[in-house]
Design a protein around this ligand. Structure first.
Ligand code: NDP
Length: 294
């Protein structure tokens, strides 16, 4: 039917998991281990943690899980992280966000050893990502997944006009910094941007990380542009048993007619986030193994 080529995140993530499994099996002394910390029982968070543990198994990695009740104190969460910091079988620590509101998120994230900060949210890692000529130990997973999707789809990033919609610490800001390092010309748009459609229309590459169902319309995007849709939003849909379906921040049906490449939701950026988490963790374990050998 013509229209944009789909960027198949599910297939690309599977390819990356195969590479990871291969790396894990080639390691002689160390089995990479990922620790997950879940505070409380939010169903979405529990699902994400379960998916991460399952992905570890598939890649022949170890996983360790710590569950705390949502009544846990900040000190108790800190203590769990400290134990995992000391545990030599753990190469990556993932604290599932969001944390209950009585816990100071920055304090917890900063307590994760920067050598084990596989989420890349430690202020030192983000700080290095923001600076020229510094190399962070870890790059946040969803942003790294976006860039990896572009590269593995053969998209040249250098010199391109990129518009990132969203400036969160988790997605918008770090993906913008990564793309600057890839030599793109980056515009960061947000809720106070004037004439957002006009700004988005300039983009050769659009990264949408807003959290608003199907906000980016077909007449917002430049013909032939490439669209990476990070959004995961549920939209009421009476034809589904659950009563809803997942949609992105981009109006897929409209934009696929205008763009040259686009990620679907689900099956685009989503699967990449977990693949990149495992990649970060195995990279950490491989660094450890090299240290041991030296
Ligand atoms: P946040 O809510 O933290 O940030 C949203 C950003 O969008 C903010 O910078 C906000 O601007 C901006 N924004 C909100 N409304 C508008 C608007 N009307 N016009 C322009 N900009 C707007 O969200 P996250 O970054 O955490 O997540 C974004 C989306 O990505 C969500 O749908 C989330 O579910 C999804 N997500 C997907 C992941 C994956 O694995 N695929 C991983 C993480 C997130 P301002 O700063 O001015 O408030």
């Amino acid at each position: 039917s013509g229209g944009a080529k789909l960027i198949d995140g599910k297939a690309i993530a599977a390819e990356i998991r195969t590479e990871i499994k291969h790396d894990v099996e080639s390691m002689k002394r160390i089995v990479p281990g990922l620790a997950t910390v879940l505070v409380g029982e939010r169903t979405d968070s529990s699902t994400y943690v379960r998916m991460k543990i399952k992905a570890c198994k598939e890649c022949s990695m170890n996983s360790i899980h710590r569950s705390l009740p949502d009544t846990a104190s900040e000190e108790e969460v800190l203590q769990a992280v400290e134990e995992l910091n000391r545990d030599e079988s753990v190469h990556g620590i993932l604290v599932q966000l969001p944390l209950p509101s009585h816990i100071n998120e920055e304090r917890i994230l900063s307590s994760v050893s920067i050598e084990k900060d596989v989420d890349g949210f430690h202020v030192v890692n983000i700080g290095k990502l923001a600076m020229k000529g510094r190399t962070p130990l870890f790059v946040p997973c969803t942003p790294r997944g976006c860039v990896e999707l572009l590269k593995r789809s053969g998209v040249q990033i250098a010199g391109k006009e990129v518009v990132v919609i969203g400036r969160s610490n988790i997605v918008g800001l770090p993906v913008s910094m990564l793309l600057i390092h890839e030599n793109a010309t980056v515009t960061i748009a947000h809720s106070r941007t004037a004439d957002l459609p006009g700004v988005v229309r300039r983009a050769d590459i659009v990264i949408a990380a807003v959290g608003r169902s199907e906000m980016v319309k077909g007449d917002w995007v430049k013909p032939g542009c490439i669209i990476i849709d990070v959004g995961i939003n549920s939209k009421p849909d009476s034809s589904k048993k659950s009563g809803y379906r997942l949609v992105g921040d981009v109006d897929f049906e409209e934009c696929r007619k205008i763009a040259s490449m686009i990620t679907p939701v689900p099956g685009g950026v989503g699967p990449m986030t977990i693949a990149m988490l495992l990649r970060n963790c195995v990279d950490a374990a491989m660094r450890k193994e090299r240290e041991v050998n030296e």
